[in-house]
Structures are given as C-alpha cells and as structure tokens.
Design a protein around this ligand. Structure first.
Ligand code: AAT
Length: 292
C-alpha cells in the first residue's frame, strides 16, 4: 500500500524485521515456485522480493552483483567459460560481460517469471541477457549440474536465494560435489553465503562441506548491502585441485579490463581495494568458522 512501510519478517532472521517504505506495488503474482513481488520504494528504487525476502533493490544491487561476479573472475588469469546458478534478474550476467576473455556464459535459473519481471522492471540488470555469449537454461540447477560436462567451467557463481523454497538443496553436499565436478582443475566457485551476524552455523556448515569437497582452502568474503538482512552478505570462495588460486590478491585486476562490453555502465562498488578488503574478517567469525 502506498506510503506504508512493509516489514520483512522471516525465520531466517528471527526476532527482528527490516522495512522499506512503499510508493507503489508494480507486480505481484505467484509463479510455479514462489511469490514474486516488485514495488517502488521511497528511497531504494524498485525492489524485487521473492517469498517475502528482498532479492535486490536498484540502489544497492551493485554491491552484491559486482562482488559475487568479480571476486572469482578477477582471481583467475583469463576466465573463458562461466556458469551462473540462479541470478535470473541478469545482474550477475551484466557484471560477467565486462570480462572480454569470457567466451561462453551458461545461466540456470529455475523461475522464468523472475527473468520476465526483470526484463520489464529492471532493465539495468536484465541488460545482462543481451550479451551474445549468454546461453539461458530455465530449470532446476540441481538437475542441470547433474548433466553438466565434467571440467567444463573456469568459474561458477552461485547467485541463489536463501535455503528455504526452491534453493533448499543448493546448500547441501551433493550439490557442491556436482559443482566441483563441473569445474576444471584450478577452477573457482563463488557462492552466496548469507550474513555473518545471523547465519554463522549455516556458514560453518557450508565451509566444512566445501573443505571436504574441494580439498583446499575455503575463503569467506563479505560486503555491505543495506537491504539484505543485517545489512551484510557473504561469499564463499574455493577452487578445485590444480593451479593454486590466490583469492586475496586479484591476478586479473578489474582496472586492467579493456572496457569493450555492450552496456556502458560504470562499476559502482567493486575495485581491487574492495576485493582485498572483503577478506578481512571480524575475530568472532574467524573463531566460529575456524578460519584462523
Ligand atoms: N541477483 C539477485 C539475487 C538473488 S536471486 C536468486 C535466484 O535464484 C532467484 O531468481 C531464484 O528463482 C533462483 N533459484 C532458486 N532456487 C533455484 C534452483 N534450484 N535452481 C536455479 N535457480 C534457483 C539472490 C539474493 C540472495 C538474498 C540473500 N538474502
């Protein structure tokens, strides 16, 4: 309702709510997988909400999409083949398209309604679909990865929703095993990894699954995203056995890219300094997830 605050409550963040003021509701429908809502907010631009959870706002999407894409892609010399899991809004595609070394981008999004809604209401994100290197697969990523050729990808970016609803299995071990198999030796994974304030146990579980599956170090990075619960979001980074990857010092720095991409949008959040800074962790997190 216009002029009212909308409060986001969810068992993922018990005992608190975050809220935004609504100017107008633009879209509200149930897809086969989730409830899809788009509204115009007073101060964060348009907002995409799935099953009552904010997925992005026009004002702060840059932080999430730029970090989840460039943390992995700037950590390997010349990424060529990339897979995006989820990400149906196109924002991560928009970021990947800045990398001219990339030859092929597969994206597997379960919900066609998210793609359609983004093309209608979020053209600054959906522009990512216009990149001719993009190959869109509408379907469940679990199924897609079961059939993915082994060793196909240099990088996989898991831009999925919280593990309630269609993304439930995307935080479980069998899924990570299929991710590892789909990566080439020395390939990299960047996985959305929730809030260090709210989901320490979930992060701990994901880290131990990744340590077992990828048999190498697992790194945690984070960024400020004001409209995500508790205002931060994390990313898990790991690589398959092969040429060692130094995530902490970008070998393929964004500042050296040639700028030959279709959309001309400037980076708003990510740079090499933010890349390095993202791996600095508070002491409590180092202790709790045993990253010390
Ligand atoms: N870039 C915006 C941020 C997102 S979108 C997450 C996407 O993952 C959604 O479009 C959802 O439909 C898709 N998705 C969920 N489950 C699956 C699945 N099994 N296979 C393929 N795609 C899936 C994430 C925001 C994170 C919010 C943090 N609180």
């Amino acid at each position: 309702d216009a002029g009212k605050m909308v409060y986001f409550n969810n068992p993922m963040w018990p005992g608190e709510a975050h809220s935004l003021k609504v100017e107008s509701i633009l879209f509200k429908e149930k897809s086969d997988y989730q409830e899809v809502l788009v509204f115009e907010s007073s101060t964060y631009g348009k907002v995409l909400v799935l099953d009552g959870i904010v997925q992005l706002t026009e004002k702060d999407e840059c932080a999430y999409q730029e970090m989840i894409a460039h943390l992995p892609l700037c950590s390997i010399p010349s990424p060529k083949t990339v897979l995006v899991v989820g990400g149906g809004d196109g924002g991560v595609l928009r970021e990947i398209s800045r990398h001219s070394s990339v030859e092929h981008i597969d994206i597997c999004e379960i919900d066609k309604m998210v793609i359609d809604v983004s093309k209608k209401f979020f053209p600054e994100l959906a522009v990512g679909f216009e990149d001719p290197r993009v190959d869109l697969h509408v379907g469940d990523a679990i199924e897609f990865l079961r059939h993915a050729p082994k060793g196909k990808y240099d990088a996989i970016i898991v831009d999925s929703s919280d593990p309630v609803g269609p993304a439930q299995e995307l935080v479980e071990k069998p899924f990570f095993e299929t991710l590892a198999q789909a990566l080439r030796p020395g390939g990299v994974l960047c996985n959305m990894a929730e809030s260090m304030w709210l989901h320490t146990h979930l992060i701990e579980d994901m880290i131990s699954i990744c340590r077992e599956t990828f048999k190498g170090p697992v790194h945690y990075a984070w960024a400020s995203v004001p409209t995500y619960p508790s205002g931060v979001i994390g990313f898990l980074l790991c690589s398959t056995e092969g040429p060692p990857v130094d995530f902490l010092n970008p070998i393929n720095p964004i500042e050296k890219l040639d700028g030959a991409y279709l959309h001309k949008r400037e980076l708003r959040f990510y740079n090499s300094e933010m890349h390095r800074a993202a791996f600095a962790l508070p002491s409590f997190l180092k202790r709790e997830v045993r990253l010390l």
